[in-house]
Design a protein around this ligand. Sequence first.
Ligand SMILES: [Zn+2]
Ligand SMILES: [Zn+2]
Length: 331
Amino acid sequence: MVRFTVLASGSKGNCTVLSGGRTRILVDAGLSCRELFKRMKLAGEDPATLNAIVLTHEHQDHVNGLAVTARRLGIPVYCTEATHRAWTRWLTPRRQMSYAQWLEMVRKQAAERQAEPEPVENDPPDDLEEAAVENSVASVAPASSDPASDPSSNLPPALKDDPTWLPAIEYFSAGQPFSIGDICLNPFTIPHDAADPVGFVFSSEGVRLGFATDLGYIPPNVREQLRDLDLLLLESNHDLEMLRDGPYPWSVKQRVLSRVGHLSNDATAEFLADDYDGQAAYIILGHLSENNNLPELARVAAERALLGRASLLANRLLLAAQHEPLSAISF
Ligand SMILES: [Zn+2]
Ligand SMILES: [Zn+2]
């Protein structure tokens, strides 16, 4: 069975769980670890069964709980090399270090770690490192009774101060499909003001799911990817009038409206009316702005664009929310 659960979507945090076959991945970790685990339980998902975290880009609303969650579950993080580098820089802004120097440091730390004797079984758990990370990324660690063991409690002292330490990191490149267990991922470049942002087409058991939020417009390569899907999660970020008349400073408005900003309701509707092939059973509108949009405006714009295409089998329109998970969608 393939199951898709949006835990949160919006500028205050993005997180989605995708299950296919025996594999379960988290797409972005934009909620604190505690909130993420809470929402997974609310949605009937068990955090301890996650196999990996996959990142679209390094903006805070996509990585807020990344380090703590990956450490607590002891699972690898998949992202592009540029995204990893940007995230690392964000967490260590005062370290004047080239990437080569940073790599050297990581290598040394790994060597030190290898040289350390095996930790004693009943070492007291040490949450200091968690607390440091929590402070630096403004998220909160779960209590020690959480389902997964805490591999970070056995970290050697050198790593306890390193907020960028992850249990494992795997690089992928846009345009080069790869697999995590039973899920195939096809990352594609999207236009957004991050280091190397991507959207995905996920496939598993013959089900294809498209995932594209945080993009300033929909270029031909993205249109090309978003075909033959069973589910499409697409950004519908702002209403143009609300953004223009809203509280944001002009520079921020310009950024959101730019070719590397976010999709408006109109831009999303235009895609759905003119380019979308009408095949998906579900269309989920995501990353709605809480300041510059209303769910009803996004819904009406998309409904108009899909006029006549909705049926029992196709184009069911759903809205992902910021503060509560969307019911799981199963295939
Ligand atoms: Zn975002
Ligand atoms: Zn972003």
